[in-house]
Design a binder for this molecule. Structure first.
Ligand SMILES: CC(C)(COP(=O)(O)OP(=O)(O)OC[C@H]1O[C@@H](n2cnc3c(N)ncnc32)[C@H](O)[C@@H]1OP(=O)(O)O)[C@@H](O)C(=O)NCCC(=O)NCCS
Length: 215
């Protein structure tokens, strides 16, 4: 995963190189950013409201798989960017996905083209488990951005104590399942009737990644 290599984590303005990330600080800190070869993953902010709304509103793919996208208004986007994305920082870290140039130096203020979040929760977890969820704006798909973002945040999750990372995809969501498989996750099984998409209840396919399996 050369393009997806994690350059490091920035916590409270301080760069922590990947090799140093096993230090005892709790890296699940509000304001954390993660840099990859092409992307900056940073907290959602007020300035993202229009881009977030434009990406989600009326997009058939997001609308099909994400029930919360129904009747998506600018106010819903504002609530997400300013409140909900930051509501539970100890159990849920949400990042805006911002393409940046290869040097990693600019443009930090570029538009957000998607979302990726880590949640410290898994229904059957007996070990520290993190679930990853995501979406991309239509023009940003087909470039491997989500492959790169999931790879980077899987590394981040393991570096900050996870012993297992999961992706749960609706049984018909082939684009999402391709991302999981490309990132080295194993298709482990199906939870029948466990998910809800806009059209109703669906089966969920469970993908799991263990330490040492990041590509
Ligand atoms: C799921 C979703 C994020 C996948 O987006 P995506 O663009 O297919 O995923 P990636 O960013 O990883 O891009 C992979 C594609 O880019 C292509 N690509 C181009 N350059 C690439 C590169 N440098 N590296 C990897 N892939 C690259 C790949 O060929 C691949 O296409 P393929 O799967 O048809 O072969 C997107 O479809 C989406 O937002 N869907 C709606 C929301 C949703 O369903 N979320 C998931 C809920 S579980």
């Amino acid at each position: 995963m050369s393009e997806a290599a994690v350059l490091g984590f920035v916590v409270a303005g301080q760069m922590i190189p990947r090799e140093g990330a096993r230090m005892s600080v709790d890296l699940w800190t509000p304001g954390t950013t993660v840099s990859t070869g092409r992307l900056l993953l940073r907290p959602w902010e007020e300035g993202d409201v229009e881009d977030c709304w434009a990406a989600v509103h009326g997009d058939p793919e997001i609308g099909r798989w994400m029930p919360w996208a129904e009747d998506y208004t600018v106010e819903t986007a504002r609530d997400w960017c300013t409140v909900h994305a930051h509501a539970n920082p100890r159990t849920s870290l949400n990042f805006a996905i911002v393409p940046q140039d290869r040097s990693g130096s600019a443009p930090v203020g570029g538009p957000a083209v998607g979302s990726i979040g880590l949640t410290r929760f898994a229904a059957m977890a007996r070990v520290p488990t993190v679930e990853i969820g995501y979406w991309l704006a239509a023009p940003a798909r087909g470039r491997g951005y989500m492959y790169e973002a999931v790879g980077a945040l899987s590394v981040y999750a393991f570096e900050t104590g996870a012993e297992r990372v999961e992706i749960l995809a609706a049984s018909g969501n082939e684009a999402s399942q391709r991302v999981a498989l490309k990132c080295g996750f194993t298709r482990e099984g199906t939870l029948r009737g466990a998910g809800r998409v806009t059209g109703g209840v669906v089966d969920l396919v469970v993908f799991g990644l263990l330490p040492g399996e990041t590509p």
